[in-house]
Design a protein. Structure first.
Ligand code: DGY
Length: 326
């Protein structure tokens, strides 16, 4: 009888992670060898009897799946920093350990957030479209004008590693003031970027640029709503690279189409993919990306390596490099 742990890998993750698993001589691995998500029914079948599961953020790890896996399952390792797709209470109840991939993606996400913020505030997508499609007549004084970071106030909703990394990158653009809100003040993080803790209302009122960096939890579900947008400046730019569920998209559409706020850059939406006939796609002042904040070769490989190492350590009963405390 084989002593190898049985693991299911629910997606073709980047090579670094797969190599680590293959070379470990610790697991007997079955892989959903595709760039597309494994069909739910197949996943439920494949996890049966597994000791470990390496998944990505499209897989819902809930009681149905954990029941299907059965009592052998000891470790779930997600190749993501976000864990809103995992039923943490169910995992905890069953004593299943969870690995995730914080830190290795901080730089890539912060970089993309800055790119998205600039693309939105300086209307880059609209501008290239105009240039390509004949809208570029002559140089005009106020054509395609946007908003600049110099002398602005940048607000961060949810100050963690990623919020700090975004702020560090924005500071050299001569930002005047950095503010943030969170459940409680985070002086240890805020100090590094000289950010002031404010209430949610003040964040809305003062921010010229508002970046959403909080995790999606029951408490943050839909917190970017009419109430928030109605307090924001008409010149404000809203950027979200966390999770779509944090935003009430109907309220955002209203805020953008009525001119309540100037623009929004979204890397995440509800659902994903956002259907191409979604009203947000009709708005010139809304830049939508297909959830690519961590999508650099280096980062995605590092995420897959960390997810693999978390899985292996968990299966050995050792501390994981990055374990979620349940
Ligand atoms: C995550 O890891 O949660 C990101 O959203 C995708 O990299």
């Amino acid at each position: 009888m084989s002593t190898l742990a049985r693991v299911y890998v629910s997606r073709k993750v980047p090579p670094q992670g797969l190599d680590i698993l293959r070379k470990s001589a610790q697991v007997q691995m079955e892989l959903w060898d595709s760039d597309d998500p494994v069909p739910r029914r197949e996943l439920l079948k494949k996890v049966k009897g597994c000791d470990g599961l390496l998944c990505v953020l499209t897989e819902k790890i809930d009681s149905e799946l954990l029941d299907a896996a059965g009592p052998n399952l000891k470790v779930v390792s997600t190749m993501s920093v976000g864990f809103d797709h995992l039923s943490l209470d169910q995992l905890k109840k069953r004593g299943i350990r969870v690995g995730y991939t914080p830190e290795v993606l901080t730089d890539a996400v912060a970089e993309l957030t800055v790119a998205l913020l600039l693309a939105t505030s300086r209307r880059l997508i609209e501008a290239t479209h105009e240039a390509k499609t004949g809208g570029w007549g002559t140089w005009r004084t106020l054509w395609l004008c946007g908003y600049e970071l110099a002398n602005s106030t940048v607000g961060i909703l949810g100050l963690g590693r990623i919020g700090v990394a975004i702020a560090e990158r924005l500071k050299p653009f001569k930002v005047k003031k950095l503010i943030y809100t969170d459940v409680v003040p985070r002086p240890e993080l805020a100090e590094a970027i000289q950010a002031e803790f404010v209430s949610m209302d003040e964040l809305a009122r003062q921010s010229d640029f508002l970046a959403v960096c909080c995790a999606l939890t029951p408490d943050t579900q839909g917190i970017c709503n009419k109430n928030l947008f109605s307090k924001m400046k008409n010149t404000a730019i809203f950027v979200n690279t966390s999770r779509g569920g944090v935003v009430n998209q109907e309220d955002l559409y209203e805020a953008l189409s009525s001119g309540q706020i100037a623009g929004a850059g979204l890397d995440v939406t509800t659902p994903e993919p956002l259907p191409n006939n979604h009203p947000l796609f009709t708005l010139k002042n809304c830049v939508i990306l297909p959830h690519i904040a961590s999508a650099s070769y280096t980062t995605r490989n590092a995420m897959s390596a960390l997810a693999a190492n978390n899985l292996l350590a968990g299966l050995r009963g050792e501390p994981m490099p990055k374990e979620l405390q349940l």
